[in-house]
Design a protein around this ligand. Sequence first.
Ligand code: NAD
Ligand code: TDX
Length: 336
Amino acid sequence: IFEPKNIIVTGGCGFIGSNFVRWVAREHPEVHVTVLDKLTYAGNPENIAGLDPERVELVVGDICDAGLLDELVPGHDAVVHYAAESHNDNSIADPAPFLRTNVEGTFALIEACRKFGVRYHHVSTDEVYGDLALDDPARFTEETPYHPSSPYSSTKAASDMLVRAWVRTYGLRATISNCSNNYGPYQHPEKFIPRQITNILDGVRPRLYGDGRNVRDWIHTEDHSSAVWTILTRGRIGETYLIGADGERSNIDVLRAILRAMRRPEDDFDWVRDRPGHDRRYAIDPTKLRRELGWEPAHTDFAAGLERTIAWYRDHESWWRAAKDAAEARYAAQGQ
Ligand code: NAD
Ligand code: TDX
């Protein structure tokens, strides 16, 4: 068992990274966290506001900045890498920042970890495996071949491959996790669930892509955080672990659940242009993580998690308003 005392969390001002930072501050108060975040449109320091400044420190900077990493990484026992350009629709409109942050940024981090002998955990996505047919009983496992579809997922796949090569060639002490779709508070309003909740709060009809039958495997972000901590501290070096909580749902079912919970008619939404190359279905088989490391998700009641998420957005308009208006302007330009 690895007991880190001083960790760097990249992207710790984003949705999932900030959940991990708050989770560590709550569950492991003996650990010091240095957040390294560029504060792009998706990063918000409010996501980690109010935490003890003795235990959580924010460094604003770019993971691609090798000089900064040379200063920052020594003295830490682990880097947990969440920072990324994370939105598929943005990657279709303009892939360049995805290549830079997701591929070159990962390269800079693993080089720094190699140089200073630091443990590395790589946070990735199930989208690297491509998609499954709706009627296919199979789910993704650690053995599924890589087959990414979008500029976003292909850059995440490339970053995973770099990490695997650094493990094998240089003996980098690394683990990789590939998680399914997260939901919960602090998710950027460009993403499906918060976009529809905030549309309804604004009196705007939700927007469903294509035929709405695409399936995503939903997990609460708290469960993703506990899984990453489990893998960081007890995972075997060089291994990949899939993270999922048996949460497969079609987009139209999720949208109807949001509409019901917000007391709107179930057909009160608009069909819009489909996402080009739109993956049909994602599904995770989390057996390895459960059997080998004994991890279990705690937030498996999706309806209850959705209710709490809706309540959070209702109570935090000042957090999402500016980001929402900017995201909707981007969508309007794409006819979505
Ligand atoms: P997000 O877009 O909400 O946050 C990304 C964060 O990274 C932001 O704080 C941003 O400022 C920061 N960042 C971006 N480029 C940077 C750079 N060059 N240098 C430093 N910081 C930079 O993303 P998220 O949804 O929280 O996703 C976090 C990670 O989890 C990503 O690696 C993503 O691929 C992975 N992931 C996400 C999901 C999901 O459902 N959202 C599922 C599985 C895996
Ligand atoms: O307005 C919308 N209408 C709609 O039907 C939006 C924004 C999305 N969708 C659909 C597209 C997807 O099938 O909803 C589904 C979820 O969309 P996103 O929230 O954009 O997520 P997805 O593309 O599945 O990717 C997410 O999960 C895997 C994260 O954004 C990635 O970072 C993660 O790797």
